[in-house]
Design a protein around this ligand. Structure first.
Ligand code: HEM
Length: 538
């Protein structure tokens, strides 16, 4: 007596597919009555006033008036594609997730996005790109809601509203659209120096990708894989594009933003239509699930830190191929709802405080964006696993539930008893130890190191990449009105690398500050220091 949901193709029972395709010999009202004319409103004579009784006019305009839904509060502009994920089986020893088994094939839907611009903004602006993947697995939906940059601006989700308020256009003039070239952005990232690493990636060529098909993707946080025996491994997820990683140069990005603001979505759709299906390998870096959740001195719960691949290589676990464009932008790309809480048995979260906030935020925002709690019934969001959830009613409910007892246990509808102690293939949270036993609005000392990894990133760049970074800081900071913000930004750069700071200062026509003597950076881990010795080019 589970709920009777809509058909697998997404149409309510009795729906006429011809109507969905908007074809057929006759135009009708929404109720199916045939219409003689949809071009002239009903008037008292050809030049007379329009009559209130024209219900077709009212239906048509009323529906139009409500066509828009709110855009996403972040990642509003996106483009998406359907595809398939095939497991290599190499992760099967770490995770019992069925879709990771050898040769298991799982349908996917991927949405790429910019973060800060509105729905109509240009594609090629300097920004982070979203890379969100929905796996329709036989055990339920798994969403990997990642970005093309492996670190994040902040370490604790409580700062997310602040970071986005600073990154979005100024509240007075609402400019700029989708650029980091403004005072509030630089004010925030220089006052919250945990943002330094992500900002540096943004100012590098990674901030202006050549194509969605040529971007890496990262789960950013550390996740926990669970095998059939309950053993756990900490992992970071990586998508590696088969086409390699490529960027635009700044002049190209600027020209494309003007000449073809749809550059990235056109590129993705055209490639798929031409049969040049983009592919990514999914891989994991693995770390032992130790009590302190660090690896080589790097805090795995700090989303502003990577683990260099030299220390933990990315091991491939499957291949994703995007092979079909959406047929309806609104129904698919706009209404898709990703959520870090969409997990399947074999994959669990860690105590990263940034991830914790995301576990709340996505469902919450989608209730207002998609009009109530039933958006899981929209075709693009519907799981491919059987549903028996006892959720009832609410705005935009399309399921016609049967049964009288939507609670368990019950003695009226029967069936579905809880099978205590039996493995039912359920998602069971890992009974991981909880770190602290005392409530505190604090952070671990390891979160204080804001510079050793940006330094490592800078030192790993080739000369031409460094030139691009210097030019990007100079351009973006050059747009700031407040001198004090530029000076603070230079002080941050001085703590990454004196040459970086001097070159940006020269570009801005300002003196380069010396190292800030009253500030001392925490020591980077030994492993990082050793890498630092290997990577510098000069
Ligand atoms: C949307 C990634 C942090 C709140 C998105 C999307 C991506 C993403 C890819 C777009 C999904 C789509 O295409 O529909 C990330 C990553 C983060 C991060 C990688 C950090 C590692 C956060 C945090 C919060 C948050 C900390 C809030 C506390 C949201 C919201 C949306 C969103 C509200 C809009 C969702 C919707 O309307 O459907 N994020 N995000 N994100 N994110 Fe995040």
């Amino acid at each position: 007596s589970g709920p009777e949901t809509v058909s697998p193709t997404g149409q309510p029972t009795g729906a006429d597919p011809a109507r969905m395709a908007q074809s057929g010999a006759y135009l009708t009202t929404a109720q199916g009555a045939r219409l003689p004319d949809t071009d002239h409103s009903l008037k008292a004579g050809p030049r007379g006033p329009v009559l209130l009784q024209d219900h077709h006019l009212r239906e048509k305009i009323t529906h139009f008036d409500h066509e828009r839904i709110p855009e996403r509060v972040v990642h509003a502009r996106g483009a998406a594609a359907h595809g398939v994920f095939r497991g290599y089986g190499t992760a099967a020893k770490l995770s019992k997730a069925a879709f990771l088994a050898k040769d298991a094939e799982t349908p996917v839907f991927v949405r790429f996005s910019t973060v800060l611009g509105s729905r109509g903004s240009a594609d090629t602006v300097r920004d982070t790109r979203g890379f969100a993947t929905k796996f329709y697995t036989e055990e339920g939906v798994f969403d990997l809601v990642g970005n093309n940059i492996p670190v994040f601006f902040i370490q604790d989700a409580i700062k997310f509203p602040d970071a986005i308020h600073a990154g979005k256009p100024h509240p007075d003039r609402e400019i700029p659209q989708a650029q980091s070239a403004h005072d509030t952005f630089w004010d925030f990232v220089t006052l919250h120096t945990e943002a330094t690493h992500h900002t540096l990636w943004n100012m590098s060529d990674r901030g202006i990708p050549r194509s969605y098909r040529m971007m890496e993707g990262f789960g950013v946080h550390t996740f926990r894989l669970v095998d059939a025996a309950g053993a756990t491994t900490l992992v970071k997820f990586h998508w590696k594009p088969k086409l390699g990683v490529h960027s635009l140069v700044w002049e190209e990005a600027q020209i494309a933003a003007g000449v073809d603001p749809d550059f990235h979505r056109r590129d993705l759709a055209d490639a798929i239509e031409a049969g040049a299906f983009p592919e990514w390998e999914l891989g994991v870096q693995t770390f032992p699930d130790t009590e302190d959740q660090t690896f080589e001195g790097i805090d795995l719960l700090d989303a502003t830190k990577i683990v260099p691949e030299e220390l933990a290589p990315v091991q491939p676990i499957g291949l994703m191929t995007l092979n079909a464009n959406p047929s309806n932008y609104f129904a698919e790309t706009e209404q898709v709802a990703f959520h870090t809480g969409h997990l399947v048995p074999g994959i669990d979260v860690t105590d990263d405080p940034l991830l914790a906030g995301r576990m709340f935020s996505y469902l919450d925002t989608q209730i207002s964006r998609l009009g109530g709690p039933n958006f899981g019934q929209l075709p693009i969001n519907r799981t491919h696993a059987p549903v028996n959830d006892m959720l009832r009613d609410g705005m935009h409910q399309t399921a016609v539930h049967r049964g009288v007892a939507p609670y368990r246990p019950n003695s009226l509808d029967g069936g579905c008893p809880f099978l205590a102690g039996e493995d039912t293939g359920a998602f069971v949270e890992v009974p991981a130890a909880v770190a602290a036993s005392r409530k505190a609005r604090e952070k671990p000392a390891s979160f204080d190191d804001h510079y050793s990894q940006p330094r490592l990133f800078w030192l790993s760049m080739t000369p031409v990449e460094r030139e691009h970074i210097v030019a990007a800081y100079t351009f973006e900071l050059g747009k700031c009105y407040e001198q004090a913000i530029k000076e603070r930004a230079l002080a941050v750069l001085a703590r990454i690398d004196s040459r970086l700071c001097e070159e940006v200062a020269a570009g801005l026509g300002l003196p380069a500050p010396g190292p800030d003597s009253h500030l001392t950076d925490p020591e980077p881990s030994q492993a990082l220091s050793q890498l630092g010795g290997v990577w510098p080019l000069d």
